[in-house]
Design a protein around this ligand. Structure first.
Ligand SMILES: C[S@@+](CC[C@H](N)C(=O)[O-])C[C@H]1O[C@@H](n2cnc3c(N)ncnc32)[C@H](O)[C@@H]1O
Length: 263
């Protein structure tokens, strides 16, 4: 999937780790790569604007702002106070709290890389269903970490090592077997298959879409992008292109996952 080669803007924070909630005010803004990628896949699943969307785990609001620009009525919610403050400052309607605190009615409850953290997968999805209008949808953007094999772990960590060597990223290189390191770093998170199965229990018309995502996880487990970081977005985009080429050739598993169910 193509991503516009947009100008990389400024410095901001992002959820750097799939496994932790590491936020820093000193990380490079890579949302100019990530948001177009997400939108490309979401557009296959979303109803037409101006549908009402609740984004669970909105972070600093970059996706919510892009969806609002497309005409959607978006409310974000996130447990991270600093991220919600940043989202609000950029004009996103965002609530600091847990999705369980949210009431109201939405056409879409959209979990953006937040569902894998759920303490109770069925419980959070049952709450999400209660927030849906008739014919509303739950949509998730996720990764199926269990699909990572030796090839995928090698691709991720070798690219990480190159980014570190190039002076763009500060991150540890795992010692020992790379797949074992990946599993240890992620086995506290819900697997993609478990999230899809849970979606199937609360809704109908289950749709799943696979995608690349290793490029987005390359800074995970505490990695920090180094300033001046304008080249980091270009490097990340090159990794995305390489990952998608390998997925297309059957040389890497597609670890990215989008899924939707209807109420
Ligand atoms: C991995 S970050 C993803 C942030 C952003 N959506 C992205 O894709 O870059 C996960 C975010 O979900 C939020 N989160 C996780 N569980 C949540 C819940 N139950 N209610 C609200 N926010 C939640 C966390 O605070 C965190 O900001």
């Amino acid at each position: 999937m193509g991503v516009p080669h947009a100008e990389r803007r400024g410095i901001t924070a992002r959820c750097a780790s799939s496994a932790g909630l590491l936020w820093s005010t000193h990380q490079v803004d890579l949302t100019t790569v990530a948001v177009p990628h997400t939108l490309t896949h979401l557009k296959l699943l979303l109803p037409a604007a101006p549908a009402r969307i609740l984004e669970v785990g909105c972070g600093r609001g970059s996706l919510a702002a892009a969806l609002a620009d497309l005409g959607y009525r978006v409310t974000g919610v996130d447990r991270a106070a600093e991220a919600v403050k940043a989202a609000t400052e950029r004009g996103v309607v965002a609530v600091h709290g847990d999705v369980h605190d949210i009431s109201g009615e939405y056409d879409v409850v959209l979990f953006t890389r937040s569902l894998h953290h759920a303490e109770n997968l069925d419980g959070i999805l049952e709450h999400a269903v209660k927030l849906l209008a008739d014919d509303g949808q739950i949509i998730i953007e996720e990764f199926a970490w269990e699909r990572v094999d030796h090839r995928a772990a090698g691709f991720l960590y070798d690219n990480r090592a190159m980014l570190v060597a190039a002076g763009l990223l500060d991150a540890d290189h795992p010692s020992g077997d790379l797949l074992d390191a990946w599993i240890v770093g992620h086995n506290s998170l819900h697997q993609g298959a478990a999230m899809v199965a849970a979606l199937g229990r609360v809704g109908t018309d289950l749709t799943t879409v696979t995608a690349s995502i290793l490029w987005r996880l390359v800074d995970g487990r505490g990695g920090t992008w180094i300033e001046p970081g304008t080249r980091a977005g270009d490097a990340l985009d090159a990794m995305r292109v390489a990952e998608e080429r390998r997925i297309g050739a059957g040389e890497l598993p597609p670890v990215g996952l989008f899924a939707a169910v209807r109420r």
